[in-house]
Design a binder for this molecule. Structure first.
Ligand code: SF4
Length: 495
C-alpha cells in the first residue's frame, strides 16, 4: 500500500521563506533517521528520533515503514509534533523505518517535496531520506529524464531515489544498485534508505553532512541511524560510531555490514555543524558540541579581549561561547536577554511596528540587568546582519552603556552549496563589508570575529578535515558554473 497519505503537486508554496520572515542565520537542510528493529514500534521510535532532530528542519516531516514488502508512508508540512499523532503512527506498522525533517534547500517548500521519497523498483519499493545538496542536479535530472523517468518533485533527493531504482531495474541488487547510483551523485549527501530487505545509510565521499550509527541493546542487537547523536539518546540507543565518508552500511536481519564504495574518501565535515547547526548535546569527535563551542569563546577572549562589566550570549546558540569568554577574560557572565521559546519560526508579524521591533518577540532584554553596563554580546555567526543590528538597538534602548560584539566564527563571505541555506553572496554582510564597516552598520562599540585558524584548531582534530568554504570560498567539491552563478554573484570579495 503506497502511500497511506497522498501528496499532490498543486499544494501551494508556503510563505515562510520570504526574506523578511526568515531568521538571520544559516538554515539547516534536514535531519534523517533510520531503524531496523523487528518487534519494536519502529514508527514511534522514528517519531522520537525526528523529534530530537527537529532543529535541523521545521518545514515538513515524514516517516516510511516497511512491513515485509508493503510500505506505509505519512508526510506533511509542519513540525514533527504537528504532522504525527498516535492514530497516524498506529497506521505505520513494520520492522524497519526511515524518517525525515525537512528545510528546503533544493525545491520549494511544498508538501509534494516532503520526504521520504518513495519509488518503485523490480525488487519492491524503496524509501529515501536525504540530508545535503547535490551540485550536479542538472546533469542527473537530464540523465533521468532521458531515461523516461517521470520525476514528480523538484528535489535532488527524489533524483537519488530514482537513480537507485534505475540501477536496480537494470538488474543489480540493492547494494550494487545503490553504490552505482551514489557514484552518479556529486555534492553532499547523508542518506538513509529503507527497502523490504533492510535499511542502508551512507555519506558522500567527503562526509560533509553527519550521520551516526547507534545500537539498541537486546537480543539481537538492533541498529539505528541518525543525523546526530541526540537522535539516538532520545530512544535510549547507544552511539556506536560515525558512518565514514564514502561508506555504506547495510542493516538487515544478519546485522550490520559495511562497504567502502568511494575510491577517494576524505573528511570534510561541515564546520558549521559544529559551530551552530547541530545540537550542543550531540557528540562529534567524541565530545559534546557544547564543549567545542565553549572553547571557541575562550579562544576569542584571548584573540580579541575587551574591558566590560558583563558578558552574555545570544540565546541559545551563543551561550556556550559566552561562558567560555567569561572563563578566560574574567568578565562576569550574566543573562542579558531572555528568549521567548514559544514563538514559532514561521510567525509573520501583522504590523510594521511589530516587524521593526520583531526582535523582542523572540529575545527580550533584561533592562535592570543591562542599565548603565558595558556589555559584551557573543553570537555564533552573522549572516545578513539584520537581526544583530536590531539586537544592538534593543540593548542600547535597555540602557546598556557600551555594546561590544564577539562572534565565535569568522566572517561568512561565501554561500553554501552543500545543503545549508546561507543566501546568495550579495546578502552576506561580510562579503561586501570590512569588519570596521560591519561594526558601524551594527552600531556596536567594537566588533571582533574569531580567526579561521582558531575555529579549526579548537576542534583538536586535523584542521584539513573540515569544509569551511563559507569562510574561504575553498569548496571541497567543485561547483559547476551554472550552479555557482545562482548564488555566487560577486566577482571580488572584500574580507
Ligand atoms: S560551505 Fe559552510 S555551511 Fe556549507 S558545508 Fe561548507 S562549512 Fe558547511
Amino acid at each position: 500500500m503506497i502511500p497511506i497519505h497522498s501528496v499532490t503537486s498543486d499544494d501551494l508554496p508556503q510563505q515562510i521563506n520570504s526574506l523578511e520572515n526568515r531568521p538571520d542565520k544559516p538554515e539547516e537542510a534536514c535531519g534523517v533517521f533510520g531503524i531496523y528493529a523487528p518487534g519494536e514500534d519502529v514508527a514511534k521510535l522514528t517519531y522520537f528520533g525526528l523529534y530530537a532532530l527537529q532543529h535541523r528542519g521545521q518545514e515538513s516531516a515524514g516517516i516510511a515503514t516497511f512491513e515485509g514488502t508493503q510500505v506505509h508512508l505519512h508526510k506533511d508540512m509542519g513540525l514533527v509534533s504537528q504532522v504525527f499523532n498516535e492514530t497516524i503512527l498506529a497506521q505505520l506498522p513494520g520492522n524497519l523505518a526511515v524518517g525525515h525533517n525537512r528545510y528546503s534547500t533544493t525545491g520549494s517548500s511544498r508538501k509534494v517535496n516532503a520526504q521520504p521519497a518513495v519509488v518503485e523498483t523490480r525488487l519492491g519499493s524503496l524509501a529515501l531520506a536525504h540530508n545535503g545538496n547535490l551540485v550536479n542536479t542538472v546533469q542527473l535530472r537530464e540523465e533521468l529524464i532521458q531515461s523516461q523517468v517521470n520525476l514528480i518533485t523538484t528535489t535532488d533527493s527524489e533524483m537519488i531515489a530514482y537513480a537507485i531504482a534505475q540501477e536496480v531495474n537494470a538488474g543489480l541488487d540493492w547494494l550494487e544498485g545503490a553504490i552505482r547510483a551514489f557514484h552518479r551523485c556529486e555534492g553532499a549527501f547523508s542518506l538513509v534508505v529503507a527497502t523490504p530487505d533492510g535499511v542502508m545509510g551512507t555519506r558522500d565521499p567527503n562526509g560533509i553532512r553527519p550521520l551516526v550509527i547507534g545500537i539498541l541493546e537486546g537480543n539481537p542487537v538492533r541498529y539505528v541511524l541518525a543525523s546526530e547523536t541526540c537522535g539516538l539518546d532520545i530512544i535510549g540507543a547507544d552511539y556506536l560510531r560515525d558512518v565514514e565518508p564514502g561508506e555504506l552500511v547495510w542493516i538487515t536481519e544478519q546485522g550490520l555490514a559495511s562497504f567502502h564504495w568511494s575510491q577517494q574518501p576524505q573528511r570534510k565535515l561541515c564546520i558549521f555543524e559544529m559551530i551552530y547547526f547541530a545540537r550542543p548535546d550531540s557528540l562529534m569527535h567524541n565530545e559534546s558540541l557544547y564543549s567545542y563551542r565553549m572553547r571557541l569563546g575562550r579562544r576569542i577572549a584571548q584573540e580579541s579581549p575587551v574591558d566590560a562589566d558583563m558578558v552574555f550570549g545570544v540565546p541559545d546558540s551563543g551561550i556556550p561561547a559566552a561562558i567560555g569568554f567569561s572563563q578566560v577574560s574574567g568578565v562576569p557572565y550574566a543573562e542579558g536577554l531572555i528568549k521567548n521559546r514559544y514563538v514559532g519560526r514561521t510567525f509573520i508579524q501583522p504590523t510594521q511596528t511589530m516587524r521593526e521591533s520583531g526582535i523582542k518577540m523572540k529575545l527580550n532584554p533584561l533592562k535592570d540587568v543591562l542599565f548603565g553596563k558595558r556589555v559584551i554580546i557573543v553570537d555564533d555567526s552573522i549572516v545578513r546582519g539584520t537581526t544583530s543590528r536590531k539586537l544592538v538597538k534593543a540593548l542600547r534602548d535597555a540602557g546598556a552603556a557600551e555594546v561590544h560584539m564577539r562572534i565565535s566564527s569568522p566572517p561568512v563571505t561565501h554561500p553554501c552549496f552543500y545543503g545549508i541555506d546561507t543566501d546568495t553572496q550579495d546578502q552576506l554582510i561580510a562579503a561586501t563589508k570590512s569588519v570596521a564597516e560591519i561594526a558601524k552598520q551594527l552600531e556596536v562599540d567594537s566588533l571582533a570575529y574569531l580567526s579561521w585558524e582558531g575555529m579549526l584548531e579548537e576542534t583538536r582534530e586535523d584542521t584539513n578535515s573540515f569544509c569551511s568554504a563559507c569562510f574561504t570560498g575553498d569548496y571541497p567539491v567543485a561547483i559547476p558554473e551554472q550552479v555557482k552563478r545562482s548564488k555566487l554573484i560577486l566577482e571580488k570579495v572584500v574580507v
